[in-house]
Every structure is written in C-alpha cells, then in structure tokens.
Design a protein around this ligand. Structure first.
Ligand SMILES: Cc1cc2nc3c(=O)[nH]c(=O)nc-3n(C[C@H](O)[C@H](O)[C@H](O)COP(=O)(O)O)c2cc1C
Length: 358
C-alpha cells in the first residue's frame, strides 16, 4: 500500500492538471477553488454536517446527487431524493440506491476517522446510520475520500500487480455482494463487445441522449451554478462556451466516436471489476454501493483510477446475456468498472450541504 504522502501528492496533481491543461480558456481558477473548498479533509472536531459533506463526495450516477440527509441526536438518515432520479437510464432506481450506498460508506469511513462508529442499516428505502462514540481511526481510505474520482480517459495499458489486486479485492468484501476482478485480455475484449453494443443502443435512443444532455454542464460557470451534473472537463471532453456547446455535443457525441473511445479506454485498462448483489432490491443495491465505494477508495490509495462501463447492465436486453457470459445466468450484474493508471482529470463538484439536509 502506498503511503498517505503519495495519496496527497496525487491530489496535488489534480490541481496542477487543472491549472496547466486549461490555462488558456476557460479559466478554471474559480472552479478549482470551489473544488478545493469542497474537498478539504475534516477538522479535528468537525460539525456533524461536515461529516455529511464527506458523504456527498461519493460516486453517484450522472452526479445527480440523489440524496437527502436528516440529522437527529445520534442518527443520520440518508433518504432517496426521487426528484433527482434518471428514469431513462435507471428505470427501477437501481443506480440511485447504489449511489446512496456509496454515500453511506463515505460517511462511515469519515465518521470513524473522527471517533464515531457509523454502521448503516437499510429501513425500506432509507438508510439509518447510528452514530456511536468510538476510538478515532483515520485510515488511508479516509484520506482518499476527496481524491477519488471517476477518470474517464485512456489508461497507461500497464498491468496492476497481484498484491494490488488482492488489496482491491479485499476492499470490496461485503455480505450480500460478490465481485469478479478480471484481468485477462480475452475478458476485456468480450466486455468491450457488450459495451459497444450497449452504447450503440443507448446512442440510438433519443430519450437516453436527452436525459444525458440534461445533466451535462458544458462550462465551469454552468457547473458552479448547479453544483451537480457531468462537467465536460471531468470526462476529458472539451469545455465550450454555451453558444457552441450544443454543436460540440452533436459533433463529439456520435456512435462511432463514442465506441472508438470505449475501445481505447477498455483496451488500455489493467482490468475490469463486476459487482453483483445477491438479490435485486434496494438493500442489496445499497450494499453494492458500499462495496464499490471502498473499492474506488482503495484504488485511489494505490494510485489506480476507476471508471464505469455500465452499458451492458443498463440496456435490459443485454443484461441477461451478460450474466450468462459471466457464467452466472441467474444473477443481476450491478456495476461494471474498469481500472488502471492514468493522470487525474478535473474533479467533479457537489451541491452545498445546506441544500441536501432536510
Ligand atoms: C451507480 C452508478 C452508476 C454510474 N454509471 C456511470 C456510467 O455509466 N458512466 C460513467 O461514465 N460514469 C458513471 N458513474 C460515475 C458517476 O458519473 C460519477 O460518480 C459522478 O459523475 C461523480 O463524479 P466522481 O465519481 O468523479 O466524483 C456511475 C456512478 C454510480 C455510483
């Protein structure tokens, strides 16, 4: 495992990339300042709402941040915000509940660092987290919370060592969830075929494209104003002023261009992780989120990047076929994530914590 120093250094490189790669237009100064403000570690004796800030730095589908938090004396309740669901790509709220699980895991790790046990329990569609005093435990995963990102770029094509794979696998361990870590080139090629087929189906679906378009933020100002969504630079895409954004979207977001991009992304990755809940219900999707969030944080600690390639599970007609390919015909694969090494991209933003506390 790399030292805390290495993790912090890789965090500095995030700011450096923002400063160097985008020095001309647009200026990301204000954007990066807000990123740094949102992504600071906790003070020694944090307010409880600052713990929630750490929870919101979790991965979540389309960065809609589909959560609300209720603070009581000794509990935090994480509730779904169905007004932020993405009904086309996620008709049964599968991604939404995984996102809540990711937030619960960040909350648990951050609370532990400041002397609370924060074990989550699912109550229907809510997650109830009881906060109990405990000895502070500041782990590498805690340090990685502000540094984790979805890195949607080409990776360096190098393998990840067996010892790193073992650490990644250990991080995913969670009752009710199985995880496959695949590193053989044949598996990558097979999955690429599913991704290309799924991506083509999604690109041919005007409702999917419209929903995605609604969550893209083309300029830093747009991203700063909403504090949510997919800022183009975070996906390695060009950042354009509003008036040419639409045209650029049409130009870059084409079936062939996207499929070529996925080919180079997947072929340059060291491996692919598949997360599978034992059952298809919110409780298990939340558990999948917890497992995935720890995986992504452990990867960050090791200097390994992650990015989702979920098309084979998002397109219903491919999901069963993909499960059969996995030799688990009765399973519902929940997440597909590639991993490998690459420089960081700009970090994503979150909404102010006041707007998610109810
Ligand atoms: C359940 C779930 C599904 C996701 N699906 C995709 C996806 O299909 N493609 C993608 O590029 N990112 C996907 N993501 C990543 C999110 O877009 C990302 O977490 C969000 O934009 C916040 O950015 P960050 O992870 O860099 O903090 C997914 C994340 C979650 C939790």
């Amino acid at each position: 495992m790399v030292s805390r120093r290495t993790v912090i250094t890789s965090g500095l490189s995030v700011a450096a990339i923002g400063a160097v790669g985008y020095a001309t237009w647009p200026k990301l100064d204000g954007y990066n300042e807000e990123v740094a403000r949102q992504r600071r570690l906790l003070s020694a004796d944090p307010e409880r709402h600052d713990l929630l800030r750490m929870a919101t730095l979790a991965a979540n589908g389309h960065n809609t941040q589909p959560w609300k938090f209720r603070l009581n004396d000794n509990t935090v309740t994480i509730q779904p915000d169905f007004s932020r669901r993405t009904e086309v790509v996620d008709p049964d709220n599968h991604h939404l509940f995984i996102s809540l699980g990711c937030a619960a895991e960040n909350l648990n790790i951050a609370a532990q660092a400041r002397g609370w046990n924060a074990t989550p329990a699912t109550k229907s569609t809510d997650i109830e987290v009881m906060l109990e005093s405990a000895a502070p435990l500041e782990t590498d995963l805690y340090q990685a919370i502000p540094l984790r990102q979805s890195t949607r770029s080409q990776y360096d094509g190098q393998p990840v060592s067996a010892s790193d794979i073992a650490l990644l696998k250990a991080a995913t361990e969670q009752g009710g969830v199985s995880v496959l870590l695949l590193t053989e080139p044949k598996a990558r090629e097979d999955i690429l075929e599913f991704v290309v087929e799924g991506n083509s189906a999604q690109m041919d679906d005007p409702a999917f494209v419209a929903e995605l378009r609604d969550w893209i933020r083309f300029t830093p100002d747009e991203a700063l104003r909403s504090g949510d969504g997919l800022f183009a630079a975070c996906s390695g895409n060009p950042v354009a002023p509003g008036w040419i954004a639409e045209r650029l979207f049409g130009q870059f977001f084409k079936n062939d261009t996207e499929n070529d991009k996925y080919s180079s992304h997947i072929r340059s990755s060291a491996g692919i992780a598949i997360f599978i809940g034992d059952q298809e219900d919110p409780d298990h999707w939340i558990k999948v989120g917890q497992s995935f969030q720890r995986f992504a944080l452990q990867a960050t600690v090791l200097g390994i990047r992650t990015a989702h390639i979920n098309q084979p599970i998002e397109v219903p007609r491919l999901r069963g076929e993909f499960a059969r390919w996995m030799n688990m015909p009765d399973a519902r694969p929940d997440l597909i994530v590639r991993f490998g090494r690459a420089p960081a991209l700009p970090m994503s933003l979150r909404r102010p914590i006041e707007s998610v506390i109810v």
